[in-house]
Design a protein around this ligand. Sequence first.
Ligand code: FPP
Length: 276
Amino acid sequence: MQATIPAGLDRKEAEVYQRLDPERLPKHIAIIMDGNGRWARRRHLPRMAGHRAGVASVRSTVETAARIGIPWLTLYAFSEENWKKRPRSEVDFLMGLLCRYLKAEVPTLNKNNIRLEYIGRQHELPPSVQEKMAWARDATAGNTGMVLTLALNYSARTELVDAFRSIVDAAARNGGLDHLNIDEDAVSQNLYTRHLPDPDLVVRTSGEMRLSNFLLWQLAYAEIYVTPTLWPEFRGVHLLEGIAEYQKRERRYGGLAGNAADTHSSHQHPSKMGRS
Ligand code: FPP
């Protein structure tokens, strides 16, 4: 049976969508947006031009994901390492770009019923940026469609350290270390992503084969799709191509071939499934 094409897809997107099984779309897609600098360098432009161009890619990707009914999309916008290791001028530019993006996009996010969330150490960001982030989150809080999570000042290792600290702090408040109970659920429930299921698919642009300290715990069973496309050239159609590739994979969660029947789509945590 021919899949119904969701409203708003362009011709190229519709062509790829037709090849997809709408029953087996990933529920949560995480994207490592990479290659802004290289895109700019190839055009003899400053790096900032690459970041600016990357905003159109964010817009296209978010809209396409929402149109096809992806429930959760997480974008790695700004790592803790980016914050600490890049020149002040680039960091300031990225912060300004984020604030302008939030201001400009909230009406579209609301129109598309998208709720905005963040992961990362927000309290370390400049107060004016934190204010803008809180404003945008509050302005979209009533939306019931896709949850768009921006990873800002995010590091997976820091997230794990924060999780272990909060588990130990909670034990100390509740009668001491005798009450310390650490298992996979306890760790998951203390991550910044406690409100999200683990990603089914992680996309990385610009051809790099690395996770770069992104969602290291949560990506344990994710399918990895790396495209050579640089982030400023990435559009909704590339996301759909990634999903087509995802649908060719057989997800086994450590089990045996033909046995897994995509149990993950029922949002069951992989820790509940057998693994080898
Ligand atoms: C990686 O490219 C990209 C970033 C560090 C920033 C990502 C920011 C955007 C896509 C634009 C703004 C985002 C939002 C959500 C408004 P790179 O600079 O590491 O590229 P390179 O590896 O080619 O140097």
